[in-house]
Design a protein around this ligand. Structure first.
Ligand SMILES: *Cc1c(COP(=O)(O)O)cnc(C)c1O
Length: 388
Protein backbone atom coordinates (compact mmCIF):
# COMPACT_ATOMS: atom_id res chain seq x y z
CA UNK A 1 0.00 0.00 0.00
CA UNK A 2 1.44 3.40 -0.90
CA UNK A 3 1.56 6.08 1.76
CA UNK A 4 -0.96 8.16 -0.13
CA UNK A 5 -3.61 5.56 0.69
CA UNK A 6 -3.02 5.90 4.43
CA UNK A 7 -4.92 8.57 6.32
CA UNK A 8 -2.90 11.65 7.29
CA UNK A 9 -1.55 11.30 10.81
CA UNK A 10 -1.68 14.72 12.47
CA UNK A 11 0.85 15.86 15.03
CA UNK A 12 -1.88 16.26 17.68
CA UNK A 13 -5.62 15.62 17.92
CA UNK A 14 -8.10 16.32 20.74
CA UNK A 15 -9.89 13.31 22.27
CA UNK A 16 -13.55 14.32 22.61
CA UNK A 17 -16.23 11.70 23.17
CA UNK A 18 -20.03 11.64 23.36
CA UNK A 19 -19.97 12.35 27.11
CA UNK A 20 -18.02 15.59 26.57
CA UNK A 21 -20.37 16.60 23.77
CA UNK A 22 -23.49 15.81 25.81
CA UNK A 23 -22.27 18.06 28.65
CA UNK A 24 -21.66 20.93 26.22
CA UNK A 25 -25.13 20.45 24.70
CA UNK A 26 -26.61 20.40 28.21
CA UNK A 27 -24.91 23.73 28.89
CA UNK A 28 -26.18 25.23 25.65
CA UNK A 29 -29.73 24.19 26.56
CA UNK A 30 -29.45 25.30 30.19
CA UNK A 31 -29.76 29.02 29.54
CA UNK A 32 -26.41 29.68 31.30
CA UNK A 33 -23.54 29.63 28.81
CA UNK A 34 -20.89 31.91 30.26
CA UNK A 35 -19.10 31.61 33.64
CA UNK A 36 -21.48 29.93 36.08
CA UNK A 37 -22.25 26.61 37.75
CA UNK A 38 -20.20 24.40 35.42
CA UNK A 39 -17.13 26.58 35.83
CA UNK A 40 -17.49 26.45 39.61
CA UNK A 41 -17.76 22.65 39.40
CA UNK A 42 -14.75 22.45 37.08
CA UNK A 43 -12.72 24.48 39.58
CA UNK A 44 -13.82 22.32 42.51
CA UNK A 45 -13.10 19.15 40.55
CA UNK A 46 -9.67 20.48 39.59
CA UNK A 47 -8.75 21.06 43.24
CA UNK A 48 -10.04 17.55 44.02
CA UNK A 49 -7.97 16.14 41.16
CA UNK A 50 -4.85 17.75 42.62
CA UNK A 51 -5.89 16.24 45.95
CA UNK A 52 -5.06 19.22 48.15
CA UNK A 53 -8.06 21.16 49.54
CA UNK A 54 -5.81 24.05 50.60
CA UNK A 55 -5.44 24.93 46.90
CA UNK A 56 -7.67 27.37 45.11
CA UNK A 57 -8.26 26.59 41.42
CA UNK A 58 -9.41 29.46 39.21
CA UNK A 59 -10.56 28.89 35.63
CA UNK A 60 -9.45 31.38 32.98
CA UNK A 61 -9.85 31.58 29.23
CA UNK A 62 -6.20 30.68 28.49
CA UNK A 63 -2.96 29.83 30.23
CA UNK A 64 -1.58 33.07 28.82
CA UNK A 65 -4.29 34.95 30.75
CA UNK A 66 -3.47 32.86 33.82
CA UNK A 67 0.24 33.66 33.65
CA UNK A 68 -0.56 37.35 33.23
CA UNK A 69 -2.89 37.30 36.25
CA UNK A 70 -0.34 35.40 38.35
CA UNK A 71 2.43 37.91 37.72
CA UNK A 72 0.06 40.84 38.21
CA UNK A 73 -1.08 39.43 41.54
CA UNK A 74 2.56 39.03 42.60
CA UNK A 75 3.10 42.72 41.92
CA UNK A 76 5.51 42.34 38.99
CA UNK A 77 5.96 45.68 37.24
CA UNK A 78 8.31 48.10 35.49
CA UNK A 79 11.92 47.77 36.60
CA UNK A 80 11.50 44.13 37.63
CA UNK A 81 13.20 41.18 35.93
CA UNK A 82 11.63 37.77 35.45
CA UNK A 83 13.78 34.79 34.47
CA UNK A 84 12.50 32.05 32.19
CA UNK A 85 13.73 29.55 29.61
CA UNK A 86 14.42 30.51 26.01
CA UNK A 87 13.12 27.05 25.02
CA UNK A 88 9.40 27.82 25.28
CA UNK A 89 6.40 29.35 23.58
CA UNK A 90 6.31 33.13 23.53
CA UNK A 91 3.27 33.18 25.87
CA UNK A 92 5.51 32.30 28.82
CA UNK A 93 7.51 35.50 28.34
CA UNK A 94 5.09 37.96 26.73
CA UNK A 95 3.02 38.26 29.92
CA UNK A 96 6.07 39.76 31.66
CA UNK A 97 6.10 42.51 29.03
CA UNK A 98 2.33 43.11 29.48
CA UNK A 99 3.30 44.35 32.95
CA UNK A 100 6.23 46.45 31.75
CA UNK A 101 8.82 44.19 33.41
CA UNK A 102 11.88 42.72 31.67
CA UNK A 103 12.39 39.12 30.55
CA UNK A 104 15.73 37.45 31.20
CA UNK A 105 16.10 34.29 29.14
CA UNK A 106 18.33 31.40 30.19
CA UNK A 107 19.58 28.29 28.41
CA UNK A 108 18.39 24.73 28.98
CA UNK A 109 19.95 21.63 30.44
CA UNK A 110 20.46 19.46 27.33
CA UNK A 111 19.70 16.32 29.35
CA UNK A 112 16.14 17.41 30.20
CA UNK A 113 15.43 20.32 27.80
CA UNK A 114 14.21 22.18 30.91
CA UNK A 115 15.67 25.46 32.11
CA UNK A 116 19.14 25.08 33.62
CA UNK A 117 18.87 25.90 37.33
CA UNK A 118 22.54 26.95 37.45
CA UNK A 119 21.87 29.38 34.59
CA UNK A 120 18.92 30.78 36.56
CA UNK A 121 21.21 31.38 39.53
CA UNK A 122 23.80 33.08 37.33
CA UNK A 123 21.12 35.38 35.86
CA UNK A 124 19.86 36.72 39.20
CA UNK A 125 20.38 40.46 39.72
CA UNK A 126 19.07 42.87 42.37
CA UNK A 127 16.11 43.50 40.02
CA UNK A 128 15.10 39.84 39.72
CA UNK A 129 11.63 39.30 41.20
CA UNK A 130 10.41 35.99 39.81
CA UNK A 131 11.22 32.90 37.79
CA UNK A 132 8.89 30.99 35.47
CA UNK A 133 9.89 27.33 35.05
CA UNK A 134 8.28 25.47 32.12
CA UNK A 135 7.85 21.71 32.44
CA UNK A 136 8.94 21.07 28.86
CA UNK A 137 6.92 18.40 27.08
CA UNK A 138 5.50 17.27 30.42
CA UNK A 139 8.78 16.40 32.14
CA UNK A 140 9.05 18.28 35.43
CA UNK A 141 11.74 20.84 36.11
CA UNK A 142 13.99 20.00 39.09
CA UNK A 143 11.60 21.88 41.35
CA UNK A 144 13.20 21.08 44.73
CA UNK A 145 16.44 22.74 43.52
CA UNK A 146 14.66 25.64 41.82
CA UNK A 147 12.39 26.32 44.82
CA UNK A 148 15.38 26.25 47.19
CA UNK A 149 17.22 28.71 44.95
CA UNK A 150 14.16 30.99 44.74
CA UNK A 151 13.77 30.92 48.52
CA UNK A 152 17.45 31.83 49.07
CA UNK A 153 17.07 34.86 46.79
CA UNK A 154 13.53 35.86 47.74
CA UNK A 155 12.14 35.18 44.26
CA UNK A 156 8.55 34.34 43.39
CA UNK A 157 7.94 31.16 41.37
CA UNK A 158 5.15 30.86 38.79
CA UNK A 159 5.08 27.46 37.11
CA UNK A 160 4.11 27.37 33.44
CA UNK A 161 2.46 23.96 33.65
CA UNK A 162 0.87 24.18 30.20
CA UNK A 163 2.36 20.74 29.41
CA UNK A 164 2.20 19.23 32.86
CA UNK A 165 -1.21 17.69 33.57
CA UNK A 166 -0.61 15.23 35.11
CA UNK A 167 3.11 15.41 35.94
CA UNK A 168 4.72 14.59 39.28
CA UNK A 169 7.93 15.68 41.00
CA UNK A 170 9.09 13.52 43.91
CA UNK A 171 5.67 11.89 43.87
CA UNK A 172 3.78 15.20 44.13
CA UNK A 173 1.58 16.50 41.32
CA UNK A 174 2.64 19.70 39.60
CA UNK A 175 0.13 22.19 40.99
CA UNK A 176 0.66 21.03 44.59
CA UNK A 177 4.31 22.10 44.96
CA UNK A 178 5.57 25.05 46.97
CA UNK A 179 5.64 27.60 44.15
CA UNK A 180 3.48 30.72 44.41
CA UNK A 181 1.21 30.01 41.44
CA UNK A 182 0.86 27.22 38.88
CA UNK A 183 -0.86 27.69 35.52
CA UNK A 184 -2.26 24.92 33.30
CA UNK A 185 -3.43 25.17 29.67
CA UNK A 186 -6.43 23.54 28.02
CA UNK A 187 -5.55 24.71 24.51
CA UNK A 188 -6.67 22.34 21.73
CA UNK A 189 -3.45 20.31 21.56
CA UNK A 190 -2.77 20.04 25.32
CA UNK A 191 -3.23 16.90 27.44
CA UNK A 192 -6.82 17.86 28.26
CA UNK A 193 -8.69 20.53 26.35
CA UNK A 194 -11.54 23.02 26.55
CA UNK A 195 -10.76 24.40 23.09
CA UNK A 196 -9.22 27.44 24.73
CA UNK A 197 -8.82 27.65 28.49
CA UNK A 198 -6.59 27.44 31.51
CA UNK A 199 -6.49 26.95 35.28
CA UNK A 200 -4.59 29.02 37.82
CA UNK A 201 -3.78 27.31 41.10
CA UNK A 202 -2.46 28.83 44.32
CA UNK A 203 -2.49 28.25 48.06
CA UNK A 204 -2.13 31.93 48.91
CA UNK A 205 -5.53 33.49 49.73
CA UNK A 206 -4.36 37.04 48.94
CA UNK A 207 -3.06 36.02 45.50
CA UNK A 208 -6.27 34.06 44.84
CA UNK A 209 -8.38 37.04 45.78
CA UNK A 210 -6.47 39.40 43.50
CA UNK A 211 -6.69 36.94 40.59
CA UNK A 212 -10.43 36.53 41.08
CA UNK A 213 -10.92 40.28 40.98
CA UNK A 214 -8.62 40.89 38.03
CA UNK A 215 -9.88 38.04 35.85
CA UNK A 216 -13.26 39.79 35.61
CA UNK A 217 -12.93 43.55 35.10
CA UNK A 218 -11.55 44.29 38.58
CA UNK A 219 -14.97 43.67 40.08
CA UNK A 220 -14.92 42.95 43.81
CA UNK A 221 -17.51 40.73 45.42
CA UNK A 222 -16.70 41.94 48.92
CA UNK A 223 -18.97 44.95 48.75
CA UNK A 224 -21.73 42.77 47.36
CA UNK A 225 -21.28 40.35 50.23
CA UNK A 226 -21.40 43.18 52.76
CA UNK A 227 -24.47 44.53 51.02
CA UNK A 228 -26.03 41.10 50.93
CA UNK A 229 -28.49 41.56 53.81
CA UNK A 230 -30.39 44.09 51.72
CA UNK A 231 -29.56 41.76 48.87
CA UNK A 232 -29.71 43.63 45.58
CA UNK A 233 -27.73 41.29 43.32
CA UNK A 234 -27.18 44.17 40.88
CA UNK A 235 -24.63 45.84 43.17
CA UNK A 236 -20.88 45.60 42.54
CA UNK A 237 -17.77 47.67 42.93
CA UNK A 238 -14.89 48.12 40.49
CA UNK A 239 -11.65 48.38 42.43
CA UNK A 240 -9.10 48.07 39.58
CA UNK A 241 -8.90 48.16 35.76
CA UNK A 242 -9.19 44.37 35.43
CA UNK A 243 -9.22 42.02 32.48
CA UNK A 244 -11.79 39.83 30.68
CA UNK A 245 -10.22 36.45 31.36
CA UNK A 246 -13.12 34.33 32.65
CA UNK A 247 -13.83 30.85 31.26
CA UNK A 248 -17.27 30.13 29.79
CA UNK A 249 -19.51 27.32 31.06
CA UNK A 250 -19.48 25.94 27.51
CA UNK A 251 -15.73 25.40 27.83
CA UNK A 252 -15.95 24.23 31.45
CA UNK A 253 -18.52 21.60 30.44
CA UNK A 254 -15.87 20.09 28.22
CA UNK A 255 -13.24 20.50 30.93
CA UNK A 256 -15.31 18.65 33.55
CA UNK A 257 -15.29 15.49 31.45
CA UNK A 258 -11.79 15.89 30.05
CA UNK A 259 -10.45 16.12 33.61
CA UNK A 260 -12.06 12.79 34.55
CA UNK A 261 -10.09 11.21 31.71
CA UNK A 262 -6.78 12.93 32.47
CA UNK A 263 -5.20 9.90 34.16
CA UNK A 264 -6.38 7.55 31.41
CA UNK A 265 -5.11 9.94 28.76
CA UNK A 266 -1.72 10.04 30.49
CA UNK A 267 -1.55 6.25 30.60
CA UNK A 268 -2.27 6.03 26.90
CA UNK A 269 0.30 8.70 26.10
CA UNK A 270 2.91 6.94 28.25
CA UNK A 271 2.15 3.62 26.52
CA UNK A 272 2.57 5.25 23.10
CA UNK A 273 5.83 6.91 24.22
CA UNK A 274 7.12 3.51 25.36
CA UNK A 275 6.17 2.04 21.97
CA UNK A 276 8.07 4.86 20.26
CA UNK A 277 11.13 4.23 22.47
CA UNK A 278 11.07 0.58 21.45
CA UNK A 279 10.44 1.21 17.75
CA UNK A 280 13.13 3.91 17.51
CA UNK A 281 15.79 2.12 19.54
CA UNK A 282 19.01 1.79 17.56
CA UNK A 283 18.35 4.78 15.27
CA UNK A 284 20.97 7.58 15.38
CA UNK A 285 18.62 9.87 17.29
CA UNK A 286 18.31 11.11 20.86
CA UNK A 287 15.04 9.97 22.41
CA UNK A 288 13.06 12.28 24.71
CA UNK A 289 14.36 12.55 28.29
CA UNK A 290 12.58 10.36 30.83
CA UNK A 291 11.16 11.17 34.24
CA UNK A 292 13.07 9.85 37.26
CA UNK A 293 11.86 6.44 38.48
CA UNK A 294 8.55 6.74 40.30
CA UNK A 295 7.60 10.06 38.73
CA UNK A 296 4.92 10.75 36.13
CA UNK A 297 5.71 12.37 32.78
CA UNK A 298 2.55 13.73 31.18
CA UNK A 299 3.93 12.97 27.69
CA UNK A 300 2.35 16.06 26.18
CA UNK A 301 5.14 15.94 23.59
CA UNK A 302 7.47 13.32 22.12
CA UNK A 303 10.42 15.43 20.87
CA UNK A 304 13.38 13.65 19.30
CA UNK A 305 16.78 15.07 18.33
CA UNK A 306 18.68 13.92 15.25
CA UNK A 307 22.10 12.62 16.22
CA UNK A 308 25.34 13.92 14.71
CA UNK A 309 25.43 10.82 12.47
CA UNK A 310 22.29 11.97 10.65
CA UNK A 311 23.39 13.92 7.57
CA UNK A 312 19.86 14.68 6.33
CA UNK A 313 18.82 18.18 7.45
CA UNK A 314 16.00 18.35 9.99
CA UNK A 315 13.83 20.33 7.50
CA UNK A 316 14.20 17.52 4.95
CA UNK A 317 13.26 14.90 7.54
CA UNK A 318 10.07 16.84 8.33
CA UNK A 319 9.30 17.20 4.59
CA UNK A 320 9.81 13.49 4.01
CA UNK A 321 7.57 12.59 6.93
CA UNK A 322 4.91 14.97 5.62
CA UNK A 323 5.16 13.33 2.19
CA UNK A 324 4.56 10.01 3.99
CA UNK A 325 1.37 11.46 5.50
CA UNK A 326 2.81 12.26 8.93
CA UNK A 327 2.55 15.65 10.62
CA UNK A 328 5.41 16.83 12.84
CA UNK A 329 6.18 20.00 14.72
CA UNK A 330 9.20 21.70 16.30
CA UNK A 331 9.30 22.63 19.98
CA UNK A 332 10.37 25.30 20.07
CA UNK A 333 11.83 27.93 17.84
CA UNK A 334 13.61 29.37 20.89
CA UNK A 335 12.69 32.86 21.96
CA UNK A 336 16.26 34.10 21.45
CA UNK A 337 15.73 33.54 17.69
CA UNK A 338 12.40 35.38 17.55
CA UNK A 339 12.83 38.93 16.20
CA UNK A 340 11.06 40.66 19.09
CA UNK A 341 12.99 38.91 21.86
CA UNK A 342 16.27 38.82 19.96
CA UNK A 343 16.23 42.54 19.20
CA UNK A 344 14.88 43.64 22.56
CA UNK A 345 17.51 41.68 24.50
CA UNK A 346 20.30 42.02 21.93
CA UNK A 347 20.50 38.22 22.09
CA UNK A 348 22.86 35.95 20.17
CA UNK A 349 22.49 32.22 19.58
CA UNK A 350 25.93 31.60 21.16
CA UNK A 351 24.46 32.64 24.52
CA UNK A 352 22.08 29.67 24.38
CA UNK A 353 24.16 26.82 22.91
CA UNK A 354 22.05 23.96 24.28
CA UNK A 355 18.70 25.40 23.25
CA UNK A 356 20.15 26.36 19.87
CA UNK A 357 21.52 22.87 19.27
CA UNK A 358 18.28 21.21 20.41
CA UNK A 359 16.29 23.51 18.15
CA UNK A 360 18.42 22.77 15.08
CA UNK A 361 18.17 19.01 15.55
CA UNK A 362 14.65 18.59 17.01
CA UNK A 363 11.35 17.45 15.69
CA UNK A 364 8.26 16.46 17.62
CA UNK A 365 6.52 13.27 16.47
CA UNK A 366 2.75 12.74 16.55
CA UNK A 367 1.48 11.77 20.00
CA UNK A 368 -2.19 11.77 20.99
CA UNK A 369 -4.47 9.38 22.81
CA UNK A 370 -6.40 8.21 19.75
CA UNK A 371 -3.26 7.06 17.92
CA UNK A 372 -3.21 3.32 17.30
CA UNK A 373 -0.19 1.21 18.22
CA UNK A 374 0.26 0.62 14.50
CA UNK A 375 0.51 4.36 13.91
CA UNK A 376 3.66 4.42 16.06
CA UNK A 377 5.16 1.65 13.95
CA UNK A 378 4.24 3.60 10.82
CA UNK A 379 5.91 6.80 12.08
CA UNK A 380 9.00 4.84 13.16
CA UNK A 381 9.30 3.20 9.74
CA UNK A 382 8.85 6.53 7.96
CA UNK A 383 11.43 8.18 10.20
CA UNK A 384 13.91 5.38 9.62
CA UNK A 385 13.51 5.91 5.86
CA UNK A 386 13.58 9.70 6.15
CA UNK A 387 16.94 9.86 7.92
CA UNK A 388 18.63 7.22 5.76
C1 LIG B 1 0.29 26.34 25.15
C2 LIG B 1 1.31 27.01 25.99
C3 LIG B 1 1.06 28.22 26.64
C4 LIG B 1 -0.16 29.04 26.41
O1 LIG B 1 -1.34 28.36 26.65
P1 LIG B 1 -2.70 29.02 26.15
O2 LIG B 1 -3.75 28.29 26.95
O3 LIG B 1 -2.80 28.75 24.69
O4 LIG B 1 -2.66 30.45 26.47
C5 LIG B 1 2.01 28.72 27.50
N1 LIG B 1 3.18 28.09 27.68
C6 LIG B 1 3.47 26.94 27.05
C7 LIG B 1 4.78 26.29 27.32
C8 LIG B 1 2.56 26.38 26.16
O5 LIG B 1 2.86 25.26 25.51
Amino acid sequence: MSSSELPFLPFALPDIDDEDIAEVVDTLKSGWITTGPKTRRFEADFTAFLGDPSLQSMAVNSATAGLHLALEALGIGPGDEVITTTHTFTATAEVVRYLGADVVLVDIDPATLNLDVDAVEAAITPRTKAVIPVHFGGLAVDMPRLLALAKRHGLKVVEDAAHALPTTVGGRLVGTLDSDVTVFSFYANKTITTGEGGMVVTRDPAIAKRIQVMRLHGISRDAFDRFQSKAPSWYYEVIAPGFKYNLTDIASALGLHQLRKAQRFQQRRAALAALYDEALAGLPIVLPPKAPAGDVHSWHLYPIRLGDAVAVPRETVIERLFAAGIGCSVHYIPLHLQPYWRERGGLRAEQFPHSQHAYERSLTLPLYTRMADGDVARVAAALRAAIA
